[in-house]
Ligand binder design. Structure first.
Ligand code: NDP
Length: 314
């Protein structure tokens, strides 16, 4: 077991998200003064109790900040063709700056085709190949919200990135790959690990900044963490067994009360015992999660600006 370093500091995602949203609200006021009303349309297909909470939160936050938001809910039986027609209409609408197709989609719908049908100018999630390419080549792009929020967190906290060894575990198009690219643009030396990586522990232990985006509860153990590292935990996993709870949270009375009440508890990919070794870390919940919605708001305003040729921050 590694030795504990000087006090690890929590990166408070809620506080950072609040600050970002306040700035976005000011920017929206500025745009409104120029007669521009940013608009976001969220499309959620079928019934998804898990997605519903996120989606309603996105729409609610948009409204609070002054974005004209709209939620479209086609039935689960909708076809790919019908969805393509809907997207075409949204692409053509002048009052829509951002289009978000909530994932996952039903298996019979061709998700790839839909995501590619969204106009790159309105692709606030940054999933369209044009935006992926723009991000890679360092051009102004719409960037996936979760990794963008992580970079904001590091920047705002004054955590140096340039010259550091950043290890990203996970290579999804939504988190891992864009995260690695953003860190590279910030001049980190970046390693991407995945399920076929040999010696994951060795790579993780050499990280100054370790981003875990895997989706497996507590897979990053204290032995895999270099004392003083910055730990960013993207994972959102629900654990339900008493044995798992005891392994990760024994003695945590507050979580135990929640576990007893709900029969489960949310945790990240990093074993919480590793946090004590870090210089900084994001907790789960309350770390990376809240940033994603704040960055979606920022992305919608960015899309409104880029589409009109107005200046944006980098
Ligand atoms: P994916 O399932 O798309 O990707 C997971 C990645 O982890 C893959 O690249 C996979 O490797 C890798 N992986 C799986 N097992 C291992 C292993 N044993 N060792 C090393 N690498 C492994 O997930 P996402 O990227 O979409 O999401 C990751 C996590 O982040 C999830 O828990 C998700 O819920 C959460 N999330 C949280 C968000 C937030 O706002 N907080 C937003 C988005 C996601 P391979 O490619 O080889 O299969």
């Amino acid at each position: 077991m590694n030795k504990t370093t000087a006090a690890a500091q929590v990166l408070d995602g809620n506080a950072i998200a609040t600050a970002i949203k306040a700035e976005v609200a000011i920017d929206i006021e500025r745009l409104r003064a120029q007669g521009i009303q940013p608009g976001l349309t969220v499309v959620m297909v079928g019934n998804h109790p898990a997605s519903e909470v996120y989606v309603r939160n996105k729409v609610k936050t948009s409204a609070e900040l002054g974005i004209a938001s709209e939620l479209l809910t086609p039935p689960g039986s909708v076809t790919t063709e019908e969805m393509l027609q809907l997207i075409e209409k949204l692409n053509a609408r002048e009052d829509v700056d951002g289009i978000l197709i909530q994932l996952p989609l039903p298996a019979h719908v061709d998700a790839k085709r839909l995501l590619e049908a969204v106009s790159p100018e309105k692709d606030v999630d940054g999933f369209h190949p044009v935006n992926v390419g723009r991000l890679q080549s360092g051009q102004p792009a719409l960037v996936p919200c979760t990794p963008a929020g992580i970079i904001e967190t590091l920047r705002r906290t004054g955590i140096p990135i340039a010259g550091k060894h950043a290890v990203v575990v996970g290579r999804s198009d939504i988190v891992g790959k864009p995260m690695a690219m953003l860190l590279l643009h910030e001049n980190a030396t970046v390693t991407i690990c995945h399920s076929k990586t040999k010696d994951l522990e060795g790579f993780c232990r050499s990280a100054d900044i370790l981003v875990a985006a895997i989706g497996k509860a507590g897979i990053i153990t204290p032995e895999m963490v270099r004392p003083g590292a910055v730990l960013i935990d993207v994972g959102m996993n629900r654990i339900q067994s008493q044995a798992e709870f005891d392994r990760f949270f024994a003695g945590d009375a507050k979580r135990e009360a929640g576990f007893k009440k709900n029969g489960s508890v949310l945790m990240g990919d990093i074993d919480p015992h590793a946090f004590a070794l870090a210089s900084y870390y994001t907790p789960v919940p309350g770390g990376v999660g809240p940033l994603t919605i704040a960055m979606l708001m920022a992305s919608t305003v960015r899309a409104a600006r880029l589409r009109r040729g107005l200046p944006v921050s980098t």
